[in-house]
Design a protein around this ligand. Structure first.
Ligand code: F0G
Length: 436
């Protein structure tokens, strides 16, 4: 049996053809996932094949997503694929950040090296391929910025019409600039992310547009490749922990699904634990996971964080994320604005850098090692989800002591690096540089 769409809810598990245009289960309203009922892979053989494909110059093999297509096998015709050579992101050693995080060693899987600068590209190449297969002409998403930048780029490359809905005044200029440049029809709606998502779900059918938010299960399939590639780069040795930021919880769902499938198919012999880190002002999943029970999920109605990528109060994928965190023996932590900002500066001082939401990982690791939950010798990979240049405004404000929350609370960064205004005078400049 080829790939199917299946309801994620354990009591339902209804299945649908892979070509049905649905975003939730028509029977019970549950989330959907892609399943491969007959999948039985030869792990040893594929590990070799996947390595060899890196030497092959064809676009499909050069993609850090499609190279692993045997585990993402929902298409029946790869001519639908548009690749911008997504994935292929490095694992970087960061001794300084390790020390800051209370670890002997820490590596970053940096998704900011993607073509549009975030992990969304891994999923979007799949979502857009599915849109083409379905014959859709217009694609849309609600976004805190990165999804819209990525969707627009892939839609443009594929000749589809991109429409994006973003919270007015609450996305960074770096991300908005990308979407405008790639040609999105851009609607800045006066509502927050959660409200706009509800609105667009209503509109999708009416306007005949294909929704590419992370409720779209094909995007989740693509984001699995972040983990597959990470394991490939580690010669299939699983770390103890994988830390990632949590917003709408699509990535958490994708990582957990990838790990489960890799284990079932014999690629890895144990599960790393997922550590999902949320910003304190937008931490409904953290609250829920303290006493998880069906029906107990409480959205945050006014989410607030300067890490705008994860400014989400009602994450749609929480049921999947719950299962994945539990199955991996993982946990959820939350961190303050100050902790995020300082952790981000530390990642910068490694010569690596990332956007604010990504730095929640290091802030969370620091908190978890201090509490003795993560041990100093543990093998930890933190996923940096977006590039430093996504939000230069935040960076400038931090280093010049002007970073403040929406409520006006100043964040005094510990690692400020304020530029100095210098006179056009060699002696005084020499003095400023500590030479006399
Ligand atoms: N990090 C970055 C840089 C993001 O852009 C996002 C989500 C996340 C982390 C959280 O990932 O939603 O899978 O838990 N950005 C979305 C967007 C919501 O619209 O670009 P998640």
């Amino acid at each position: 049996m080829p790939a199917l769409l299946a309801c994620f809810e354990a009591e339902c598990r209804a299945t649908y053809p892979i070509t049905e245009v649905i975003y939730s289960c028509p029977r019970c309203g549950g989330l959907l996932e892609v399943v491969y009922p007959d999948l039985a892979l030869d792990a040893a053989e594929l590990k070799r094949t996947w390595r060899q494909r890196r030497m092959d110059n064809r676009p499909l093999e050069q993609s850090g997503v499609w190279r692993y297509r045997e585990l993402i096998g929902f298409l029946d015709d790869y001519r639908q694929v548009v690749s911008l050579r997504e994935g292929n992101t490095p694992l970087l050693d960061a001794p300084r950040a390790a020390g800051y995080g209370g670890l002997r060693r820490l590596t970053f899987k940096h998704q900011g090296f993607n073509p549009t600068g975030s992990f969304k590209d891994n999923g979007m190449t799949c979502g857009v391929a599915q849109a083409r297969r379905l014959g859709m002409r217009r694609v849309a998403c609600v976004s805190t910025g990165n999804t819209s930048a990525s969707m627009t780029a892939y839609a443009a490359a594929a000749g589809l019409q991109p429409v994006i809905f973003i919270p007015h005044g609450n996305i960074s200029y770096g991300k908005l600039a990308q979407a405008l440049e790639y040609g999105a029809q851009t609607l800045q709606v006066e509502a927050n992310f959660d409200q706009i998502l509800a609105l667009v779900r209503q509109l999708a059918d009416r306007l005949g547009i294909y929704l590419l938010n992370s409720i779209n299960p094909f995007r989740i399939e693509g984001q699995k490749s972040i983990i597959i590639e990470m394991m490939d780069q580690r010669d299939w040795a699983p770390p103890d922990w994988i830390a990632l930021p949590g917003g709408n919880l699509g990535n958490t769902s994708a990582f957990g699904k990838a790990l489960r499938e890799l284990r079932v198919q014999g690629f890895i012999d144990r599960m790393p634990r997922l550590a999902v880190i949320q910003a304190e002002g937008a931490a409904p999943f953290y609250d829920f996971m303290r006493h998880p029970r069906p029906g107990a999920f409480q959205p945050v109605t006014a989410p607030d964080t300067l890490a705008t990528a994860i400014r989400i109060g009602d994450p749609v994928s929480w049921p999947k994320a719950w299962r994945e965190v539990a199955d991996s023996g993982g946990l959820v932590e939350k961190v303050t604005e100050r902790e995020i900002a300082d952790a981000k500066a530390q990642i910068g001082l490694c010569g690596i850098g990332c956007e604010p939401a990504s730095a929640a990982t290091l802030a969370g690791i620091r908190k978890l090692t201090a509490a003795g939950v993560i041990k100093r010798d543990d093998d930890v990979v933190a996923v940096l989800t977006g590039n430093l240049l996504k939000d230069p405004d935040y960076v400038y404000r931090y280093h010049t002591g002007q970073l403040a929350t929406a409520a006006g609370v100043r964040i005094e960064g510990k690692y400020q690096n304020c530029p100095i205004v210098a006179p056009n005078d060699p002696d005084r400049i020499a003095a400023l540089l500590g030479n006399t």
